[in-house]
Design a protein around this ligand. Structure first.
Ligand code: ATP
Ligand code: LTN
Length: 325
């Protein structure tokens, strides 16, 4: 099964990324899986060049620390493979302006700033290029990316109908629980790297005391009734989901084991700290050897280029371009 997914180096990785996406990446890894650090996507919002460089290295290291093995699977950086930007242009000439302005993420992110970049609008087309270049069948992502996946399918189907069968039609796959981890302070908003929420976001590299403090202060509700009800009790439901995902059970089951919010929170803090401890330790080792990290990056780029070049050539030729051999 051909698998591809991506994550932006737009900030430190949080538990939403981990539970919504990265754990699924690790489970699906193997010779047919392609995972990329999508640095071109991170340019759609303001980011310092030095921060982009540093965060791309950080992210490679933490992905490996989470259990991805770059010798068994292909782990690469998007901008190392020029075909992503090239195919994106071809697909921009297949996608329509109307379908891009309808994207929820575009509406949210463009609404937060004046004079937003055109890349923020065309971002889902670049994402479609990432996916289609590798002829991916499955794309493990969090719930927030469903709409972008649907758009990718529409673009691929339209391309195939107009120019001939070039692309595999992919499908998104979401985890059974914690596909959408919410901000701990504002449980109606998803946890996000690029939105500053000092107490709302649990980062994988947070110190144990920080994790305890954030979970203890997480917003719940005042009726004190322990039950899993995401609509009526979003803050509590979020904590139950994180707990369930990390202990391989269901949120309802977790709720049955507790009567007080305080007890649930202190046990959850312990579960999170223990789950993240080995990741933090491994990360420090990997990040200390930048030479080795860059060698692994190069290995990944070489494997990715081989596949991407083939698909790009087929797409360009189908549209009437004459790619050089
Ligand atoms: P940004 O805030 O910069 O948009 P992000 O935190 O949303 O970043 P991405 O790099 O865009 O993260 O996404 C990487 C993966 O993590 C995607 O598959 C996405 O669906 C998933 N993901 C992101 N946020 C969450 C969340 N709160 N819950 C579950 N999955 C998430
Ligand atoms: N758009 C995604 C990140 C992303 C991605 C991809 C995910 C870029 N390219 C390809 C899966 C497949 C996001 O914002 N989370």
């Amino acid at each position: 099964m051909r698998v591809l997914s991506g994550i932006q180096p737009s900030g430190a990785m949080h538990i939403g990324n981990y539970l919504g996406a990265i754990r699924q990446w690790v489970a699906a890894q193997g010779p047919d899986a392609y995972y990329c650090v999508v640095d071109l996507h991170a340019l759609t919002l303001e980011i310092e060049p030095a921060a982009l460089r540093r965060q791309s290295d950080d992210l490679l290291a933490i992905l490996i620390a989470c259990g991805l093995d770059p010798t068994r699977t292909t782990l690469f950086v998007q901008s190392d493979v020029p075909y992503h930007a090239q195919l994106s242009w071809l697909l921009e000439c297949v996608a329509s302006y109307g379908e891009l302005t309808r994207m929820t993420q575009f509406k949210e992110k463009s609404g937060r700033q004046q004079g937003y970049r055109v890349g923020l609008l065309t971002y889902p087309v670049l994402m479609a290029a990432d996916i289609l270049l590798y002829q991916s069948q499955q794309v493990p992502v969090g719930d927030d990316q469903r709409q972008h996946l649907e758009l990718t399918r529409d673009i691929a189907e339209r391309f195939n109908a107009r120019y001939g069968e070039v692309f595999t039609i992919p499908e998104g796959v979401q985890p059974p629980v914690a596909a959408r981890v919410m901000d701990l302070q504002e449980p109606e908003r998803k946890m996000s790297k690029s939105v500053a929420s000092p107490l709302g976001c649990l980062f994988l590299l947070d110190e144990p005391t920080t994790i305890e403090r954030k979970i203890k202060r997480a917003v719940t509700d005042t009726d004190g009734e322990m039950r899993y009800d995401p609509a009526a009790k979003p803050g509590l439901a979020n904590l139950l989901e994180i707990f369930a995902a990390l202990t391989e059970t269901t949120p309802t089951r977790v709720a049955e084991g507790y009567s007080r919010y305080g007890d649930l929170k202190s046990d959850l803090a312990e579960v999170v700290v223990e789950a993240l401890r080995p990741i933090g330790a491994r990360y420090e080792e990997l990040r200390a050897d930048l030479g080795e990290l860059h060698r692994l990056r190069e290995v990944g780029a070489e494997k990715a280029v081989e596949v991407a070049a083939r698909t790009y050539g087929a797409a360009a030729a189908a549209m009437g371009l004459t790619p050089r051999p």
